[in-house]
Design a protein around this ligand. Structure first.
Ligand SMILES: Nc1nc2c(ncn2[C@@H]2O[C@H](COP(=O)(O)OP(=O)(O)O)[C@@H](O)[C@H]2O)c(=O)[nH]1
Ligand SMILES: [Mg+2]
Length: 464
């Protein structure tokens, strides 16, 4: 089958490699601020489930267009023979150092690739670009031009007019930030330019749409599973008769915290894999159980969870549970280990007058001490009963997922995860979430709640 191949061409440092990375969804494509870093032509196939849908070819920058065009004009006879003249140029200059880059970038085109010509919309158009556009026209291959607004769009209109003389199709396309819908539009556009690729590209677009939905679904399930697991997470340790409990309490709480953090990181890596990010750098802050997020009333406001809302949420969750007392209202932080307990009372004492607020705060992870028949004690920390805990986990997971969905594989900046948690959860949704979180804590209802939560997360990611 004749699969579409696109050669991405243009001057050095215009975002060619970035467009290849974005359209091939490949974060291994080399992108550098140094001009002339791409010296070889390299093909990057776009594969879904092992099937190649189309191929992007990254090429070195055009630099000696005028000399090439002079050669072509001296050797070309008529318009019909122009593509053959371009081929003759490549054959005649094969291996010559002077035209090395030009031969490299023309080769895939004379072998049948379509052309994506890239310019920078933040610098002015100039007549000296005309030689290279003319060469591309000589190849006779289907083509379109993309204006990449590297710093801004200041000269986009000027470019549009200039490019319009050489290309039937000109689009503004941000190499590093183009949304998925924009990427798919571009593929469809190319299908219209070349009849023989129309069917393949239409199919590619359908497969990519389906893949996107599958990715959102998998990510939603991973996040729901992580939150469900976090809500039942517990660590315990035996302490032989006669040994002091204090030191064990401390290490046990540290373990609880570290393992939760590790699980959250694991969930994030899995979600990144789902969206095909394999070498992301991140700017992230680990889940901190003593942190503001959980104990700071400001953060609750961020979620719309002021104390009254939280009490309501807890009460409605209690109704679902059917236990009368609900999940949180009656418990006090009695069981907390010293350090954490002090911290909680400190934070809330200062913020809102002590015990009343503590009642809503609940403990993050209750410490339990049980006698065991063989002698000694069993100490356990968790699971967390704090009503705010799953909201914080969800907020962090949604932020991470949203950042992944709105970036491209050309963006090499660190993933910014130290932003505030997302705030826009509607009142109704918040109450619904609280009910699912309560149900997640009940073995009989957990499965159903996990699915409901995953569906809710999925609905939020649609359209991204
Ligand atoms: N801000 C911004 N920078 C870009 C964009 N496209 C490319 N760059 C940067 O420009 C430089 C060259 O990009 P690259 O894709 O390697 O260009 P190439 O030489 O044409 O392949 C890199 O530092 C990119 O990060 C863009 O759309 N926005
Ligand atoms: Mg490059």
């Amino acid at each position: 089958m004749n699969l579409p191949v696109f050669a991405v061409v243009g001057r050095p440092n215009k975002g060619k490699s970035s467009i290849v990375a974005t359209l091939a969804r490949d974060d291994s494509v080399a992108i550098e601020s140094r001009a002339g870093s791409t010296r070889e032509t390299r093909a990057f196939p776009m594969r879904v489930d092992g099937e190649t849908l189309y191929t992007l070819v990254d090429t070195p920058g055009i630099q000696r267009a005028r000399a090439v065009l002079e050669w072509l004009q001296a050797h070309g006879t008529d318009a019909a023979s122009r593509p053959a003249t371009v081929r003759a140029f490549v054959e005649a200059h094969q291996g010559e150092a002077k035209f090395r880059d030009e031969c490299e970038l023309l080769r895939p085109i004379i072998e049948g690739a379509g052309i994506i010509y890239v310019v920078d919309g933040s610098v002015p158009f100039g007549a000296d670009y005309e030689a290279e556009m003319e060469i591309l026209r000589w190849t006779g291959r289907p083509s379109l031009a993309l204006i990449n607004p590297i710093d801004n769009e200041d000269f986009a209109e000027e470019w549009r007019a200039g490019l319009g003389q050489y290309f039937r199709t000109v689009r503004l396309f941000n190499a590093q930030r183009a949304e998925v819908t924009k990427q798919l539009e571009l593929l469809e556009l190319f299908g219209h330019l070349d009849e023989q690729w129309r069917a393949s590209l239409q199919r590619a677009v359908e497969i990519l749409r389906a893949e996107r939905s599958r990715q959102h679904r998998e990510a939603a399930l991973l996040i729901a599973e992580w939150i469900a697991a976090a809500l039942e997470f517990q660590v315990s340790q035996r302490v032989p008769e006669g040994l002091p409990l204090g030191p064990v309490q401390k290490t046990l709480y540290a373990r609880f915290r570290q393992e939760l953090q590790a699980r959250e990181r694991r969930c994030r890596r899995q979600v990144e894999e789902v969206y095909h990010y394999h070498r992301l750098q991140r700017q992230e802050v680990d889940l901190d159980l003593e942190a503001e997020e959980l104990f700071n009333i400001e953060q609750w406001y961020l979620w719309g969870l002021d104390r009254r809302a939280l009490a309501m949420v807890a009460a409605s969750a209690g109704a679902v549970v059917g236990g009368g007392t609900g999940v949180v209202l009656d418990t006090v932080t009695a069981g907390l280990t010293g350090g954490l307990g002090t911290l909680v009372s400190g934070a809330f004492g200062a913020a809102s007058g002590g015990v009343a607020a503590l009642r809503y705060a609940d403990e993050i992870a209750q410490l339990r001490v049980k006698g065991i028949p063989s002698g000694g004690k069993l100490l356990s920390v968790g699971p967390s009963r704090n009503p705010n805990f799953p909201f914080v986990l969800l907020g962090r997971a949604l932020l991470h997922q949203q950042r992944l969905c709105t970036r491209t594989h050309a963006d090499r900046s660190a993933l910014q995860l130290d932003a505030p948690l997302m705030g826009e959860v509607e009142d109704r949704d918040r109450r619904q979430l609280a009910r699912w979180f309560a149900a997640l804590r009940l073995p009989r209802k957990a499965g159903e709640a996990r699915h409901a939560l995953a569906d809710w997360i999925l609905a939020r990611s649609e359209g991204r």
